[in-house]
Design a protein around this ligand. Sequence first.
Ligand SMILES: CC(C)(COP(=O)(O)OP(=O)(O)OC[C@H]1O[C@@H](n2cnc3c(N)ncnc32)[C@H](O)[C@@H]1OP(=O)(O)O)[C@@H](O)C(=O)NCCC(=O)NCCS
Length: 178
Amino acid sequence: MERIEAERLFLRRFTEDDLEAMDAYSKNPKLGFNAGWKPHETIEDSKRVLADFMANDEVWAIVEKDSGKLIGSCGLHHDHKRMNPKARMLGYVLDENYWGKGYIPEAASALIRYGFTEMNLDLISVYHFSFNMRSKRVIEKLGFTFGGIIPQARLLYDGRVVDDVCYSMTREEFFEKQ
Ligand SMILES: CC(C)(COP(=O)(O)OP(=O)(O)OC[C@H]1O[C@@H](n2cnc3c(N)ncnc32)[C@H](O)[C@@H]1OP(=O)(O)O)[C@@H](O)C(=O)NCCC(=O)NCCS
């Protein structure tokens, strides 16, 4: 199976064996609330999402090398705000038990490298909601360029209308930093 290596983690494709671990962290309201999706309520919700992950090439499972455990996901999704097919949008969530160890910056930088060197992307975008200061900090640490705010960009599952805070990294910006 294809793997993307990082220091303490690796990324691989999701399999059916990931259902239980993914279901456990996806029920935590702090993940969906901050990422914009409804926290999973039943195993059926997780089965649907897992089937979607397995059917497309966008999302990678994050595995901690020491424990061998699935601890979150990181993806390069189609960016519906952009028409360039070689632009992708970074997304990530991490099991709350593993927050604060720098794991998402590590996983995301490995995936960004893969995006520019293996997928030949032109641009990677990333967005966070204005109240999500943890994600803001991750984005700063990854070296993205702030692009602006789209007010009232999203209507969420719970009726909230929220702004998108927008960032991007072009291929040129990525290689300049190497
Ligand atoms: C956002 C998330 C992915 C962060 O992952 P992580 O691996 O814990 O990230 P880090 O270990 O780098 O820690 C987050 C950083 O935010 C900082 N931080 C934490 N709370 C903060 C706050 N309230 N305000 C500002 N910064 C904060 C931490 O100090 C750390 O920065 P530092 O390394 O400079 O000290 C994780 O919290 C998560 O899964 N959140 C829910 C889902 C989500 O928000 N997804 C992103 C949608 S855009």
